[in-house]
Unconditional design. Structure first.
Ligand code: GDP
Length: 314
């Protein structure tokens, strides 16, 4: 990418998109095309076509998506499959039509089978049944990878697909019903501390294992991939370490300084037992994460205190 190139970051207000914008700005890329959800409905084919015809961006980071935690994915699966299919169909197709030089599509580690071999290499894609709680979302994301691959094969479009592990950091969603586990537990533990509650509730058994990547590390990896990688199929982005939800709870309690008890709500699903990504492919082209989980949690908690807790008068 040249500093003068026009770069469209779809979904720039979200967790991933906002980190990409920060990273682009820090690297001297300031010619950015950004539209909020209110300004542009990416599920609308005509609106997306108009944007691409008018601005003709050189590069596209497709970070716009309907995302959510285990419960939201289960209860609102129609929205998750419909909106994601529409967004990616529109953005990927218009990127081809308007001659975008390179597009990076973002998926998720839930595209891999529920019982994939661990750590999960890119070859596990479509080798088994998906985790039911997020199957509709995962199928949309798999369709996105296949779109990129097909446009590459048929039209020689330089479209790539990155599959990040579970992400967290500033601008995350801290809503207890729809968020992912790390921000949800951060908020619950913070609230328990402020309210002097004896216990904090953790969904499921606490036994599932998850890998967590700090969002600025992800953005750094995505810029690296834009510059150094052009190939079909997904490429995993992770940190190579996973922990159980119980261990994560203890780490959060340590950072937040809360000494209460942990209660398990077994009426909530555990989801997939383990999803740790094999990052050999990314390692080989020379990218490694920099932020440890503890550091990342501290940075996120400071952001939470300044930007979320304040609004609740805590
Ligand atoms: P997943 O990675 O797609 O399963 O999505 P989540 O990040 O939502 O959940 C990961 C794991 O954390 C699951 O086993 C959840 O049951 C567990 N978990 C424990 N407490 C919570 C919570 O308060 N919110 C969420 N979203 N998950 C929780």
């Amino acid at each position: 990418m040249e500093k003068s190139d026009l770069i469209y970051v779809a979904g720039h207000a979200g967790l991933v998109g906002s980190a990409i914008v920060r990273s682009l700005n820090q690297s001297g890329f300031h010619n950015l095309l950004l539209r909020t959800h209110a300004e542009l409905d990416l599920t609308c084919q005509h609106a997306v076509e108009k944007l691409f015809q008018e601005y003709r961006p050189d590069y596209v980071f497709l970070a716009a998506a309907k995302v959510g935690g285990i419960l939201a994915n289960w209860e609102r699966s129609a929205e998750f499959i419909y909106e994601n299919l529409m967004i990616q169909n529109n953005v990927i197709h218009q990127s081809y039509v308007s001659g975008v030089k390179k597009l990076l599509f973002l998926g998720s580690s839930c595209i891999y089978p529920k019982f994939a071999n661990q750590p999960i290499s890119e070859d596990e894609l479509l080798s088994g049944k998906l985790e039911p709680t997020n199957e509709p979302y995962a199928i949309a994301k798999i369709a996105g990878i296949k779109l990129c691959d097909s446009y590459r094969r048929q039209y020689q479009a330089n479209f790539i697909s990155a599959m990040p592990t579970n992400l967290y950091g500033p601008n995350d969603n801290f809503d207890l019903e729809t968020s992912h586990v790390l921000p949800a537990l951060m908020r619950k533990i913070h609230d328990a501390k402020v309210n002097e509650d004896d216990t904090v509730v953790v969904w499921g058994s606490g036994q599932p294992r998850r890998e967590f990547l700090y969002i600025d590390d992800l953005a750094d990896a995505l810029l690296f991939l834009m510059g150094n990688y052009s190939s079909e199929g997904p490429i995993n982005v992770g940190c190579g370490l996973d922990i159980s939800i119980l261990e994560l709870t203890h780490l959060l309690m340590e950072v937040i300084s809360y000494q209460g008890l942990i209660e398990f709500d077994q009426s909530k699903p555990d989801g997939t037992p383990r999803k740790m990504l094999d990052t050999t492919k990314l390692d080989k082209i020379g990218w490694r994460p920099k932020v440890s989980l503890k550091e990342g949690i501290e940075l996120t908690y400071n952001w939470f205190l300044d930007n979320v807790a304040k609004h609740f008068g805590q």
